[in-house]
Design a protein around this ligand. Structure first.
Ligand code: FDA
Length: 307
């Protein structure tokens, strides 16, 4: 019940100002956000690699309003690529991007986002790593998939995300389960209407299993983005049934969530990639994490009240 209210608040400037300034917020934000700058995140990447984990880096920020901010987002990712090159981890440290941050919602946004993201994808390829395009709300997806297709002409390893809560996703998965594609399947984190998305957890979970089956039986590289123990076990079983080896799919989870499970899966020989977000514009990302688990809200409330 609380999830949709928190997701609505994630779009409110007033709430953004209130929550960002509240004492105690930082303590809770730190659980999900690995740091404010690229300097903060480099040791986190090193520690993850030392623990046998892989990472995908996300520079947070999505509600931009000017082309200059979109260019700054591109530059922040290019700075990150420079640091990843020094680390030399190749595809063990890849990047995730939200096209909204690259200008997708501005005037001529589709072209602007493509023009801003292309140099990042190109720079990533030059150091032997890759980029995955995150999935945002359903109104942005036709543009995201078109940009994904365009980028794949030159950089076929570019990945994308699909969301099991959307009715459209089963058809998207069939199209994307082709040789060379890299597809992360998640449940979906935005507030979507009943006209386009399942609203109940059992329906979203059942769709997740159907879609994962399509990806596993297809020819692409499935990336299982979930912390749900049931879906992780089903993912392992579907991979086995499809005759996939351990390096022919991977698990992905978010930084700060079920960290012991990251280690357990990696120790079992699975590829385990931790989605590691950093930066100062954390509000939208943070609110989605609160919405996913009401207990986080209680923790947040307590932290604010005791400061
Ligand atoms: P579910 O929500 O059922 O959670 C299963 C269990 O995991 C919970 O019982 C709890 O123990 C733990 N858990 C989950 N979320 C938690 C939280 N916030 N705090 C504490 N514990 C939590 N979405 C999207 O729309 N577009 C995208 O591009 C992405 N990208 C993405 C990348 C990766 C690597 C992951 C793991 C997830 C995303 N998501 C996303 C978010 C995704 O859509 C979804 O909201 C979350 O993963 C939560 O769903 P679960 O599958 O974990 O199941």
């Amino acid at each position: 019940m609380l999830g949709p209210v928190i997701l609505a608040a994630s779009r409110s400037d007033k709430m953004r100002r209130f929550i960002s300034a509240a004492p105690g917020t930082k303590q809770v934000v730190d659980r999900f956000i690995a740091g404010e700058s690229v300097d903060d995140v480099v040791p986190v990447i090193r520690d993850a690699a030392a623990a046998g984990l892989e990472v995908t880096l996300d520079v947070v920020g999505e509600d931009i309003t000017t082309p200059e901010q979109a260019a700054a987002a591109r530059d922040a990712y290019l700075e990150l690529v420079g640091r990843l090159e020094e680390l030399g981890l190749g595809v063990r440290a890849e990047m995730s991007v939200k096209l909204s941050m690259f200008g997708q919602a501005l005037e001529n946004g589709h072209e602007l986002a493509l023009a801003n993201v292309r140099p990042v994808v190109e720079a990533a390829a030059a150091i032997g790593t890759t980029v995955t395009l995150d999935a945002e709300d359903h109104t942005t997806l036709d543009s995201m998939f078109a940009i994904h297709e365009e980028l794949r002409k030159d950089f076929p390893q570019t990945g994308c995300v699909i969301q099991s809560y959307l009715f459209r996703t089963e058809a998207d998965a069939r199209r994307l389960a082709a040789a060379g594609s890299r597809v992360r399947l998640v449940k979906g984190a935005y507030k979507e209407p009943a006209s386009v998305a399942y609203q109940s957890k059992p329906e979203i979970d059942k769709a997740y299993v159907r879609i994962l089956k399509t990806l596993m039986q297809g020819e692409g590289y499935p990336m299982i983005g979930s912390h749900d123990p049931r879906l992780i076990a089903i993912g392992q079983e579907l991979a086995r049934q499809a005759g996939r080896k351990l390096d022919e799919y991977e698990f992905q989870m978010l930084y700060g969530i079920r960290s012991e499970e990251h280690i357990r899966l990696a120790a079992e020989g699975h590829r385990m990639r931790v989605y590691t977000a950093y930066g100062t514009d954390w509000y939208g990302y943070f609110m989605r994490r609160l919405a996913e688990k009401p207990a986080n809200l209680l923790f947040f409330g307590r932290s604010v009240l005791t400061k």
